[in-house]
Design a protein around this ligand. Structure first.
Ligand code: SF4
Length: 470
């Protein structure tokens, strides 16, 4: 995106404040364009003018160019489960934010029997992990043609499509790919992959079925030339695969190619390579060794490229020791650094507390809050949990930075009227806030008990300290 302020966008708009876009003013619409919650095409008067007048059309095209992300955004799938890949603006997350999390596709191959295919699909579809207030799930399937039989591949692709997740179709044989597209092109799968050997056939498939396509080449000049050829033929939804090699110098070379591609696109403004990048941790399964070694390397490769700069990935393992760390890492890399992950402050009731139960306090940093809540729940402790607004900052940093103070604790006690819900005046503060014990007692008149540093130890702490000795 080359425009940086709403005013720059505003200057391209009709400036009539007609509200057709759903916003009260053109300036408000302009700021939503910048934060990507609105699209240029939502301004209907602008689009209507462009249909009638060549100058207005030029203006619209210029605005689209100025507001398009640096890396093209490609949509895979349809409806509510569709995935956006790419669409990034910056090289480093702290410069702005990353927008579209790396899409994870899990492989299904057509020489598996139908029962095993269903089992694998069920595992992908049902995987769910609660983390920092959200459910982390798996994105889609990578259906591989290992049979080299167009009929079988089409059958399996159709079956997997029934699970309603976005798909990457993997077949180097254009006949197999064509057979699959005949049955699922309307699901907008990503087709993998056009290479030096088959690009003409894949170009035709991408044009005929209007689907996004992965271009694959280890030589970055060749990769770029494939991208230029596809784009000039009218295929704009491209993903680049610079070939993942799993260990040693091969892995180092992969890393360098991925970095070069993204730097060329963002730092040098080379639009011919400004496309999402595909990395394939599944390549780890080519390494000699047992399954544990392969899945270990699959996790290592995925982790490297979640951080830098993969927009889509193909995995083999759906074991917890691969899925959980990669999903968690992706979640953390793709949170917006401009807004700390936080929960609403206030008072929470844990396990139907009574007036005799303890009052705890924690911060509204989501990771801290959900950890404390989870630890209290799993220890089956009843209690009242005060959540202090520290602007999404954890306990230690918020105490040091003046966001967790005695006066704010007093305000929270007053606002939530927790004193009317309990018959005692004891407040349990986190161990990391111990230095505020005296100040909170002076400010609130409550007796302060210093809880454990780690809320995972709350059960043992309660056994020794609650009810408090008079
Ligand atoms: Fe302004 Fe266009 Fe929105 Fe109307 S539709 S308020 S002209 S941005």
């Amino acid at each position: 995106m080359k425009v940086k302020s709403p005013l720059e966008v505003y200057n391209f708009l009709p400036r009539t404040n007609c509200k057709e876009c759903g916003y009260d003013t053109c300036m408000s619409f302009a700021s939503h364009i910048l934060d990507r919650s609105a699209k240029v095409f939502d301004c209907k008067p602008l689009v209507r003018d462009a249909e009638k007048d060549a100058k207005a059309k030029e203006k619209l095209e210029k605005l689209i160019e100025l507001t398009s992300p640096e890396i093209a955004e490609v949509v895979v799938g349809v409806g509510s489960s569709a995935l956006k890949i790419g669409g990034e603006e910056v090289l480093h997350r702290h410069e702005l934010t990353y927008f579209n999390p790396t899409a994870f596709f899990y492989d299904i191959w057509d020489s598996l029997d139908d029962k095993k295919i269903d089992e694998r699909c069920d595992r992908v579809v049902s995987y769910k992990k609660f983390y920092v207030g959200k459910y982390l799930t798996l994105d889609g399937f990578a259906v591989r043609c290992t049979s080299n039989d167009p009929k079988r591949f089409a059958e399996v692709v159709k079956k997997v499509a029934g699970y309603g997740k976005p798909m990457t179709l993997i077949a180097l044989n254009p006949e197999c790919m064509k057979a699959a597209l005949e049955v699922v092109a309307d699901q907008r799968p990503l087709i993998y992959a056009a290479t030096e050997g088959n690009w003409k056939e894949f170009l035709k498939l991408a044009l005929d079925y209007k689907v996004p396509v992965v271009l694959r080449a280890k030589d970055l000049n060749l990769l770029k030339s494939l991208a230029v050829t596809f784009k000039s033929a009218g295929v704009k939804d491209l993903v680049l695969d610079p070939v993942t090699e799993p260990i040693g110098e091969g892995l180092q070379g992969t890393f360098e190619r991925v970095i070069q591609l993204r730097r060329k696109a963002i730092l040098d403004g080379d639009k011919d390579v400004a496309y999402p990048i595909m990395v394939t941790p599944i390549a780890a399964w080519m390494i000699e060794g047992d399954e544990v070694t392969k899945s270990y390397w699959e996790t290592v490769i995925a982790s490297m490229f979640i951080v830098k700069y993969a927009d889509a990935m193909i995995f083999h393992s759906i074991d917890q020791h691969v899925v959980m760390p990669t999903l968690t890492l992706r979640f953390n890399i793709y949170t917006d650094p401009r807004t700390p992950v936080q929960v609403a402050p206030g008072l929470r009731e844990i396990n139907n507390p009574t007036p005799e139960d303890p009052v705890f306090i924690t911060t509204n940093f989501a990771l801290t809050y959900y950890t404390v809540e989870n630890d209290l729940n799993s220890a089956k402790i009843r209690g009242w949990l005060l959540v202090l607004n520290t602007e999404g900052i954890g306990v230690e940093a918020s105490v040091a930075g003046g966001k967790f103070t005695a006066s704010k604790v007093k305000e929270l006690i007053n606002e939530t009227k927790v004193g009317e819900k309990v018959k005692h005046r004891y407040l349990v503060i986190p161990g990391l806030a111990a230095r505020l014990q005296g100040a909170i007692e002076d400010e609130t008149g409550w007796k302060v008990l210093v809880g454990p540093i780690d809320s995972g130890r709350i059960k043992g702490w309660m056994e020794k300290n609650w009810p408090p000795k008079k």
